[in-house]
Design a protein around this ligand. Sequence first.
Ligand code: 5RP
Length: 224
Amino acid sequence: MNDKELVALAALDYVEDNSIVGLGTGSTADIFIKMLAEKISKESLNISVVASSVISQKKANEARLNYISIDQITSINLYVDGADEITQNLEILKGRGFDLIREKLLAQISKKFIVIGDNSKIVSKIGQNYSIPIEITPIAWKITKSLIDKIAKKCVVRENMEKNAFAISSYGNFVLDCEFNYSDLDALAREIANTPGVFEHGLFLKLATLAIVADEGKVRKISI
Ligand code: 5RP
């Protein structure tokens, strides 16, 4: 098994019968979804799932999981998702995908939010390897970007795959990818969230209860 498979397998231990599980987005979360479907069928479990993105919704349907729409729930038992960066304090950066809003909602309402990833995701400071994504409304995107520009070191509007237009999130928004010089990550998260036109951002702070990380076959858990 590779490291992504190992962490997905380890996260399966936290799945309980008669529960609702939130499905993450990305290559690591995809493995978890596949393994979860196998576990449910092998053990005849009664589990419903809710998706964090259009892609994970498709994966859930393909795996014939018992799917509930996010507008039908107010809490879930478990949310398992990948991340772009993870610190030892369980500060998490997410959002290379386009569904920050659903991801943040599921992280917030889950009784347990487990982040899974290989060792490349571990950083000493958030923003070390990736920009911080900020989903903004297109209606006044120049205003919102100019306000974020005042506090950012660098900030660009994300482009689509073809690089001929701005990328559009699943909810019709634009995404800014930004770098910051910061000393207080909580304060930065608050400042971004309070900027008019911002829908959501990729800083997941005080949300994860456990990270399961694998490094060349060795699985370790980080909890606070
Ligand atoms: C999507 C995410 C993903 O979970 C993150 O990008 C990790 O993806 P992968 O498991 O493919 O490395 O935050 O918004």
